[in-house]
Design a protein around this ligand. Structure first.
Ligand code: T1G
Length: 695
């Protein structure tokens, strides 16, 4: 099913119907073209209405067809639009809910456009590393003017239909609650005999001194678009709407669009778009699995993590009770939350009313008895199994039946935690990333006994909290931290072999990481890794680590929080200054190890940081800890500052080519601490078969 045809009086109605958002896939385009031709051939039909079934007019080109020949097969989107625009009878687009990308371009090809208020109007192609490729860059400026059209196309941000009611984009925006189809059919009846039929392509783009505005736009966009080529191309194609004849402009737009489709950056953004949506799909948990209502939350621990987690609930409008063991800690936690919202309000991003509403949703207590009726409780206490045991035994006693018992543990065994309770099916891991109220990633750890409804409920909650929920199995470090462990190991070994922190960080940041490993360590606290390594030295003595980081921590150089770490810091200044003391210590340590320091290339640094994670990720996939490679990409794109334009570690490895990744791993296996480089069997297999992680 892709488009329905019906006649209402003398008006033919074509309803795009390709759930979930009427993506303009080949079948839908063909059915819509057929519908228009059928209406033109029917003498009883005086006008045509095109509308969308379900929750959208249209979300644009069907992105599920992007990497298939169908995307450009005839009838193409351009052909559909030309059929509407060239029709001899008036074609009216009746818009509701979502009208984006190719959907808006189709509407712009119609002679008239009417809408309900509240519809999201956008050309968001730039978010996929593209630009509107079916006339949008040429038609939108003709109805909105150069500046508004350029802003919408370069940002990709939706604008609500009622905000555009007075522009030439819409002939009418009806009152809320109007029966859109009836109103559109009536409108079509009114214009049935109107001639000439208005065509957006025939309008002019008038903007005084447009060259100066466009040059300013080029400079601004170039400065903010980083490694992405699409934003600047958007400016150039919109500029063509002014400088070129319409058909030449469309031709230029098409060339630019096809060029962008082939860029790695666009492929990475399209991959991330899908990866984020598929991450919430769990093969053995049907999407209609009943979920538990979450109307009241509780958080145990009012520290940095607990406070940030509590803010997530408050931001989603869910009341939350913060529990601490000491009044002073509770007061401090509540004060920090208030301060955070005050700062947001000072930046003008929160009204006083919203501030008051949020503060009203949060309360504190020292008594477990007061949280018993919560629908979910998230434990965010010290990362020690003994402390977790005390908390979960208590929660098992006080929480009402059916409450979800979640742990924010970042590495500990969730199955062991679940077994501290008599209801392991209600226990799940909700691993938030610091700062918890900011980072999008939420690792949802599925224990051996976690109930399917609990998992479904937690996935639904992550969407409500505006998080990217990625399901992980139980292992030491789950997905993200288990991989970052290998990244950190390599960072330490590189110091022993000849690098200094600044060189490694610069190479990582040049690759695109938000922050290199040593600046990150100084920010997060080097003592966190130290604590984990001390546990590993006992539990897994076979794993080798560089001792350099331990030497640093033994000096009390935990990072910014102690005023010194890998780098030196000045009071009140977060800038990292290379430390002579630390660098001398690193060189001295190499000598003590008898390792001859050597010049290490940036390429080797990046390969060892990234491929060590990719190799570990292949094991994570093989063990079923992660369901799919794209989930691992989402973990790194939303939780670890992996550069979006590279699509995530697995997508990047596919781009490099797995045989090349394997060759590099085999090379490093012959080097310093080569034992860290055992090729994962899945990686070797895929490389041998000429396959990729993301299929
Ligand atoms: N085609 C096909 N499926 C789409 C889709 C699309 N355009 N957009 C979303 N979906 C699916 C999505 O994968 C998910 O599927 C479901 O819809 C709900 O999505 C020539 C070439 C429309 C605002 O970039 O911004 O036109 O997981 O969870 O929060 O110029 O989806 O349920 O199976 O996001 O309500 C331009 C991208 C395409 C729009 C709805 N269009 N989509 O948000 O739901 S390029 C876009 C969105 C183009 C032309 C070019 C949002 C939404 P599933 P969701 P939502």
């Amino acid at each position: 099913m892709s488009a329905e045809y019906q006649v209402s009086g003398s008006v033919a109605v074509i309803t795009l119907n390709n759930p979930p958002v009427n993506g303009l896939g080949l079948a839908t385009r063909a059915a819509a073209v057929d519908g228009i031709q059928r209406a033109l051939a029917d003498a009883a039909v005086k006008a045509i209405v095109i509308t969308g079934a379900g929750k959208a007019f249209s979300g644009g080109a069907d992105i599920k067809e992007f990497n298939s020949p169908k995307a450009l097969a005839e009838p193409s989107l351009a052909t559909l639009i030309a059929t509407a625009e060239g029709a001899s009878k008036p074609v009216v687009a009746a818009i509701h809910s979502v009208c984006m990308g190719g959907g808006l371009e189709l509407a712009l090809g119609c002679h008239y456009r009417v809408a309900l208020p509240g519809a999201q109007i956008a050309l968001p192609e730039v978010k996929l590393g593209l630009l509107p490729g079916a006339g949008g860059t040429q038609r939108l400026p003709r109805v909105l003017g150069l500046e508004m059209a350029l802003n919408m196309i370069v940002s990709g941000t939706p604008v609500l239909s009622e905000k555009l009611a007075k522009t030439a984009l819409f002939d009418e925006v009806f009152a809320a609650g109007t029966d859109l189809l009836a109103a559109a059919v009536a409108f079509a009846g009114k214009v049935a005999d109107a001639r000439p039929l208005p065509k957006v392509r025939e309008r002019k783009v008038d903007y005084p001194n447009h060259e100066a505005f466009l040059q300013f736009s080029r400079n601004t966009v170039k400065a903010m678009s980083g490694p992405f080529p699409a934003p600047l191309k958007c400016v150039e194609t919109v500029a063509a709407a002014v400088a070129m004849k319409f058909d030449d402009g469309v031709k230029f737009e098409r060339e630019c669009f096809l060029g962008l489709m082939q860029t790695t950056e666009s492929k990475a953004l399209r991959h991330a778009f899908f990866a984020e949506r598929v991450a919430s799909k769990v093969p053995d948990v049907p999407s209609d699995t009943p979920t538990r209502a979450i109307k009241q939350a509780a958080v145990i621990g009012a520290g940095t993590m607990g406070g940030g987690i509590a803010m997530n609930f408050v931001n989603a409008g869910i009341p939350v009770i913060l529990l601490e063991t000491k009044q002073e800690a509770l007061d401090k936690g509540l004060a920090t939350i208030r301060k955070n919202y005050e700062n947001t309000m000072k930046k003008g991003k929160l009204t006083q009313e919203k501030f008051d509403q949020r503060l009203a949703l949060i309360s504190g207590t020292l008594s477990y008895e007061e949280i018993g009726q919560a629908d979910i409780v998230v434990e965010a206490v010290f990362e020690d199994m003994g402390v977790k045991e005390t908390v979960f035994r208590k929660l098992d006693e006080v929480m009402k039946p059916g409450a979800i018992l979640a742990s924010n543990t970042s590495t500990l065994d969730l199955n062991q935690i679940a077994n501290f309770t008599k209801r392991p099916e209600d226990v799940v891991g909700t691993h938030f990333f610091s700062p918890a109220n900011v980072m999008k990633l939420l690792e949802i750890v599925r224990g051996a006994k976690t109930g399917k409804d609990v998992l479904a409920s937690t996935l639904a909650l992550s969407k409500k909290l505006k998080k990217t929920g990625v399901v992980s199995g139980v292992c030491d470090g789950f997905i993200g931290n288990r991989m970052i462990e290998q990244y950190s190991r390599q960072a330490g070994f590189l110091l022993e072999e000849g690098c200094l922190p600044e060189q490694v960080d610069k190479a990582a940041e040049k690759f695109g990481f938000a922050m290199g490993p040593f600046r990150m360590g100084d920010l997060a606290g080097n003592d966190i890794g130290w604590y984990i390594r001390k546990r590993r030295y006992v539990e897994s003595p076979e794993i080798s680590y560089s001792k350099t980081a331990d030497l640093l921590c033994e000096l009390g150089r935990y990072g910014q929080k102690t005023g010194a770490g890998w780098y030196d810091y000045k009071a009140g200044d977060r800038k990292a200054y290379p430390s002579e003391l630390v660098n001398a210590m690193i060189v001295q340590h190499s000598a003590e190890l008898g390792v001859a320091r050597r010049k290490v290339s940036d390429q080797e640094i990046v390969e060892r940081l990234v491929f060590s994670m990719v190799n570990e990720a292949a094991l994570i996939l093989e063990e079923g800890i992660a369901m799919r490679a794209s989930d691992i990409d989402m973990v790194y794109l939303t939780g670890y500052g992996f550069p979006l334009f590279r699509g995530g570690p697995m997508f990047y490895a596919d781009t490099v080519g797995l045989p090349n990744v394997l060759a590099a791993i085999e090379k490093y296996a012959k080097g310093h601490h080569g034992e860290a480089w055992r090729p994962a069997p899945l990686l070797a297999k895929l490389a041998a078969e000429g396959k990729s992680f993301n299929g």
